[in-house]
Design a protein around this ligand. Structure first.
Ligand code: SAH
Length: 578
């Protein structure tokens, strides 16, 4: 076990990030810590150059940025009415301030041209590659001045506002941006709840909570009578029980009558969906309460998901061999290079995108030149980026994103599961980022083993790379007939190859589009196999969550509304076999 492992099973840990909806550690484009330092308030400092700047630029002064940064940005752009460029530069200058090299430049006033060159580089590159994100962002300005102003007038900080704009995209309304910021503030408040803040931070902490409460009240007033959210996340996120070192903690639940009876079903989606989404999902699935589970209790990486199912919950068991539970157990070679000041023992949620070489280079450069531990601000920058992008230590001053096979292993898939056969690395990360964590899902499905000793007929909707199929196979539950519904050809190929390589004896039938799976087709399957024992599906979460997802339209979004296909098909199957 790792030296820090004593913390791992602690239920008091909550991670800084939440699936792909991290905000706390998120910084626009390039940088390290991105906060407006309290001490640098610049109220009224517009006077010194009021005659030289336009009214718009004066607004930047009113945003209370440090004066020297504003002047530097104005100097760089020169003209009036360059509000957006100046603001962008001020934000970037501010973000760069914490980098030691840049700090030196700013403080000493030397090397300003090199500094400006660096700045331009920073402004022009991105920390991540991710096709959909790049498409969405290339023609999008980093800061939308009107929305930024509106949000700052609502008393959000410039940093919060600009991160929200960056994350929610060019079309996000003020309402959506407000939701986003408040969600992030709440996540931070939760974190603070679990960790006792140091004394000097206490007043800041309570001030933030006070502000948060005020904002909540404001928002409630503004939104009026909105649907009440009844679903609450358990803290810790252990669902109806997870195995712990002390034994298995099992909670009780009673299923609504309508939910009992065949087939068994198992539905999955991201836990932190927009308000009301899980209520709606639950209401369409017999009012069963979701089981919210974080896969950090099963593996070395967090993954917060909600599961609605009608499976029994007693006598669950874990897949063997047990997966590594800490980063060092999972990736032993990283141990040698892991600095003591990086106290992570678990990874954050494995995502569909990965960090760029530019970012890891920037981190290397930030660390070079320090014999011993780097100063606090550099440590913070590095740790924030490492948490945000799940970077691990692979050499002196060298961090790297996880390789695809490492992600496969962390998610419980066999090595090379997604490799070869024509799939690109980008698509591998994407498919893996959307998949089940096999050990977690297997734990829930394990109750089927004794109930179906001869094997099961599985209807696998939105199969992806076959998380459910792999889980059942690893549990030793024979797969008699599997109807796998998956639109991505790359994913279909992955499941097909796995099926062949594991010498499955049953039948695998592929259907591409869930919308084309009609009653007639289902009747045929039911007649031919005698029914389905289990209907599994995790419908797309594209409109519910995600760093690269700019259209968070909730369950009615183009992709996420495919949830209703799950409901439609489950109803049909239930009707046919009951
Ligand atoms: N649980 C899966 C991943 C689910 S992600 C796993 O373990 O890998 C959602 C999946 O739905 C994606 O693989 C996506 O390609 C698929 N999908 C999206 N639209 C679809 C449609 N219309 N019909 C079938 N599958 C679809």
């Amino acid at each position: 076990m790792d030296g820090n492992a004593s913390n791992d099973e602690s239920f008091n840990i909550d991670w800084d990030t939440d699936d792909e909806r991290e905000i706390e550690n998120l910084v626009p484009c390039s940088s390290s810590s991105f906060s407006v330092p309290n001490g640098n308030v610049n109220a009224g400092s517009g006077e010194g150059c009021s005659s030289a700047v336009s009214a718009k630029v004066r607004l930047i002064y009113d945003m209370k940025f440090p004066e020297d940064l504003v002047l530097k940005a104005i100097e760089q752009h020169g003209e009036e009415d360059q509000f957006e460029s100046i603001l962008e530069t001020v934000l970037s200058l501010q973000a760069l301030q914490n980098s030691p090299e840049q700090q030196q430049c700013i403080n000493s006033g030397q090397c300003s041209s090199a500094y400006n060159d660096d700045l331009l580089n920073v402004l022009s590159d991105s920390d991540s590659w991710c096709e959909s994100e790049m498409n969405n962002t290339t023609n999008t300005s980093m800061v939308d001045d009107k929305r930024l102003l509106a949000l700052t007038k609502m008393d959000f900080s410039v940093a919060e506002a600009s991160i929200a704009i960056d994350r929610c995209g060019p079309e996000a309304s003020i309402d959506e941006l407000t939701d986003f910021i408040i969600a992030a503030q709440m996540a931070r408040a939760d974190e603070a709840f679990f960790k006792e803040p140091p004394d000097e931070n206490k007043s800041k902490h309570s001030e933030r909570k006070r502000k948060l409460n005020e904002l909540e009240v404001l928002k409630k007033e503004k939104k009026g009578a909105q649907a009440n959210e009844t679903i609450r996340f358990p803290k810790p996120m252990v669902g109806f029980g997870v195995p712990t070192e002390e034994g298995t903690l099992v909670l009780q639940r009673s299923l609504p009558m309508a939910a009992t009876g065949p087939p068994y079903f198992y539905y999955e989606n991201v836990a932190q969906a927009p308000k009301g989404v899980w209520d709606t999902i639950s209401s369409f699935l017999y009012d069963i309460q979701p089981e919210f589970v974080d896969s950090k209790f099963f593996s070395a990486a967090a993954r917060k998901r909600g599961y609605i199912h009608n499976l029994p919950i007693d006598k669950r068991f874990l897949l063997k061999p047990l997966p590594p539970k800490t980063i060092h157990e999972a990736l032993p070679l990283t141990r040698r290079w892991w600095p003591s000041w990086d106290t992570r023992t678990k990874l954050n949620c494995l995502q569909t995108c990965t960090a760029s070489a530019k970012l890891t280079e920037r981190i290397r450069k930030a660390l070079e030149g320090y014999e011993n531990d780097p100063p606090q601000n550099v440590q913070k920058f590095v740790i924030d980026e490492c948490k945000k992008w799940n970077l691990v230590w692979v050499g002196k001053n060298k961090v790297a994103p996880l390789e695809c096979d490492e992600v496969e292993m962390l998610l419980g898939f066999p090595k090379n599961h997604t490799r070869g056969g024509g799939i690109s690395r980008t698509d591998r990360y994407k498919s893996l980022g959307n998949s089940f964590q096999v050990d977690t899902v297997a734990y829930h499905l394990s109750v089927l083993k004794d109930r179906f000793p001869g094997g099961i007929n599985l209807l696998s909707l939105f199969s992806g790379i076959g998380g459910a199929e792999v889980a059942l196979h690893r549990l030793g539950i024979p797969l008699k007939n599997v109807v796998s519904v998956e639109i991505s050809e790359a994913n279909q190929n992955i499941v097909r190859s796995w099926w062949e390589q594991t010498n499955q004896k049953g039948n695998l039938i592929h259907i591409a589009d869930v919308q084309k799976l009609n009653g007639d087709k289902l009747e045929e399957f039911v007649a031919s196999f005698g029914g389905f024992d289990l209907v599994v599906g995790g419908s797309p979460c594209n409109n519910l969550a995600g760093s690269n997802r700019h259209h968070r339209d909730g369950l009615e979004g183009e992709q996420s509304s495919l949830f209703y296909e799950y409901v439609r098909i489950l109803d049909l199957v239930k009707g046919m076999i009951s």
